[in-house]
Design a protein around this ligand. Sequence first.
Ligand code: TRP
Length: 493
Amino acid sequence: MTEPEPPSVAALSLAETATEPVHGKKKEQEINPWDVQAATDEQGNVLEFDYPAISQKWATKLIDDEILARFERVTGHKPHRWLRRRLFFSHRDLELILDTYERDGEFLLYTGRGPSSDSMHIGHTIPFEFTKWLQDVFDVPLVIMLTDDEKFLFKEKLTQPEVYEFARGNAKDIISIGFDPKKTFIYIDSEFFTSGYNRHFSLNATEFEKLITNNQVRGAFGFHGSTNIGSNAFAAKQCVAAFASSYPFIWGNDIKTYHRSAKLAAMPCLIPCAIDQDPYFRLVRDNCSRMAQPSPKPALIHSKFLTALQGAGGKMSASNPNSAIFMSDTENQVKKKINSHAFSGGQETEALHREKGGNPDIDVPYQYLAYFEDDDEKLLKLADGYRKGEILTGEMKKECITLMQKYVKGFQEARSKVTDEVLAEFLRPRKLEWTGNPRVEKKEVKEEAVEGGAQLGEDGKPMTKNQLKKLLKAQETERKKKEKEAAKAAAQS
Ligand code: TRP
């Protein structure tokens, strides 16, 4: 999730076109890559995010017990507590990634971050903690995209040297989560895109840009006539970043050749991200099969937004240091913030609390424990004791403080070891090493010299000319339909 900053001109007009009609102070929730706002009621009170509603609106699948059971069968790992507790709550095609992993043993993991000036807060680290866990479980290569170009294009006031420096600082924070440099390539857009290693990325981007019309991006993002043209082009970059063929060096393939590898293009990708990033990836999912070397639709796994200290619907923001626990906070700051600023679901007085009990569902210290305490039983006991009034607000806060202090301290110790040399190694385009599914024999993905490459059918065999013709025709019809709809949507806004 992009952290709240004063909205740029582009984001402002976006919000205007996207906001639902206002009745009194009542407002629908707004979720898009540049603006995340919870709904408000008639009195203007901020409500909780309605996640099932956004999943339904965008036609994603909710994470359910069945997919988690399958996950455990395929990987041999108990699902992460954030899956068990549905903090990662939604997905697209996760079951296909599990199929791929069982069959071929590997796929590409991809995530990213829009760099910001401040040290990351606990809301920022969550997608990366989760990505690291996924990488440990699957043992697959990972790319992390730091979009300093996106930040520059969307934030009126920022300069290119500034956003580049933010990206370097953020990259060090991300490395501190514990990523393995053998398996992880981190890149800062402005640097990678001028390095010469980006040839296939850029060819993919240009090809993708040709496939997408102004009407489509306007429909997807609310862009309009006065949006800068870099924003349009950027969307293509965040999309093709999901194609393994954009990074031939990761597989040890030649980067100088003009020809991209069709085999790499066909490699599936899984993207863990907060739900607000989904519009980008709908664009790539809708159009990836139209590339000359088609890619499968990237799979996604979506997180909720972590609640600010102030409680439901609140935003963690650098401009309000008391809204969040930052990874740079001292032990004392963590303690003070939780004690003085964390919204409590407890009662006004101790006597009342003992009598009526508290509500863990709206209690921020409990919510943070739900994120960071791995022990399900302990968590259940805390919630239960709180409801019964046996556990007091102060006790809940104390549990939370201990855990958060430990988390922040561990991070800081790791961060102090991330030197410029360590950063340089992660940023260096290079061959990565991974094992993938230990039950599947690893295949070399060798580059083919032919442009185009064969399109594989559902049976995994190259398609006949007729099959391919049919497929392309169906895709073209579907695309025209979508384009018409997008044009209609753009005309209405
Ligand atoms: N646009 C994202 C942001 O501003 C950064 C990003 C790029 C990203 N690629 C991604 C986030 C893939 C999640 C997954 O934060």
